[in-house]
Write a protein that binds this ligand. Structure first.
Ligand SMILES: Nc1ncnc2c1ncn2[C@@H]1O[C@H](COP(=O)(O)OP(=O)(O)OP(=O)(O)O)[C@@H](O)[C@H]1O
Ligand SMILES: [Mg+2]
Length: 304
């Protein structure tokens, strides 16, 4: 079934719930990455359990090489769990997950992960040593290490900090080092788990713009988890919304019909924003009901 709502097309796929999509008009098509480096990710019928607890179930996502996909959903629904499986940190309990056509069986330099916290940097190493850690482990020459450091620190605007230690940097700068360290492995897939969640609004805005620029330049595939609807609209080719857990699945999928750089005040952006708010709001309310929080919030609202 297709229902046109002022430029947004909503499709209902039998047995899949609501899948919504706008038409595509991006600067480059996701299937033609700028540098041809991205690897396609394919998730089919994937479920992930921890013992008896089924965190996610029936996840189907076909992410073409070079696409920027944002993943939204209520807290605790399984976004990090799904991303960890894509990174090879955990295994799917059912279904399949492939990157570049090969099953993801464990961590791989091709699958780079940027965490929310920059605590993962090696405090005892300089910025240069942090960024060249992966290439060093692969035994590349010192000349090549210097080239890599120069290129990727340049990309995140931190060449001048190469000899500093992480403790001598601001939170935003540390996060940029983490991004450079992941990119230095030249992964086909970059997985980002709320990478800017802990940053102030201004730094966040700068890093969002840098992320868009780096993605366009590198051609890698990006899966980006965020709670921020505006961030998703700014960055994504497509936005996937997850249902509340347990056994969370994909509730809806939108293709962002906006040229880059994005204009948040564009009427299509505003329409998409309200659709995403609706979708996520429903799931957050469901999650709160399941946790018995809605009654408490109602009572608090009434001043009880
Ligand atoms: N190692 C684990 N063992 C048991 N349960 C786990 C484990 N990791 C995650 N979970 C459970 O899986 C569910 C999904 O967790 P996950 O961290 O993926 O959520 P999330 O969507 O990333 O949440 P948030 O937005 O708050 O980061 C939660 O119920 C969580 O308690
Ligand atoms: Mg998480």
């Amino acid at each position: 079934m297709t229902e046109a709502i002022k430029g947004i097309e909503k499709e209902t796929v039998p047995g899949e719930g609501a899948v919504a999509a706008t038409t595509v008009a991006v600067a480059r098509t996701p299937t033609e990455p700028a540098a041809g480096r991205g690897a396609a990710l394919r998730v089919e019928g994937a479920g992930i359990s921890f013992g008896d607890f089924r965190a996610v179930q029936g996840i189907d996502l076909d992410i073409p090489a070079g696409e920027f996909l944002c993943l939204l959903g209520p807290s605790g629904c399984g976004k990090s769990t799904l991303l960890s499986a894509m990174a090879g940190f955990i295994q799917v309990s059912e279904g399949t997950l492939t990157a570049g056509g090969a099953p993801v069986r464990g961590p791989d330099p091709e699958l780079g992960m940027v965490f929310q916290s920059s605590e993962v940097l090696f405090d005892w190493m300089t910025v240069h040593q942090n960024v060249t850690f992966g290439p060093r482990m692969r035994g590349v020459s010192r000349v090549e290490q210097n080239r890599v450091a120069d290129e990727f620190l340049g990309l995140v605007g931190l060449r001048h900090c190469a000899d500093r230690y992480p403790g001598q940097l601001s939170g935003g700068m540390r996060q940029r080092v983490q991004i450079a360290r992941v990119l230095a492995n030249e992964p086909g897939v970059v997985l980002m788990d709320e990478p800017f969640g802990a940053l102030d609004a201004q730094t966040r805005q700068v890093l969002q713009q840098e992320t868009a620029r780096i993605w366009e330049a590198s051609g890698c595939t990006v899966v980006f988890v965020t709670h921020d609807i505006d961030e998703a609209i700014l960055l994504a080719d497509r936005v996937a919304v997850m249902t509340a857990g347990p056994a969370a699945s994909i509730k809806s999928l939108y293709t962002v019909d906006l040229p880059r750089p994005r204009d948040e005040s564009d009427p299509a952006a505003l329409r998409l924003r309200s659709r995403l708010r609706e979708d996520i709001g429903e799931e957050v309310r469901k999650a709160m009901r399941d946790q018995g929080l809605d009654d408490r919030l109602d009572r608090e609202a009434k001043g009880a």
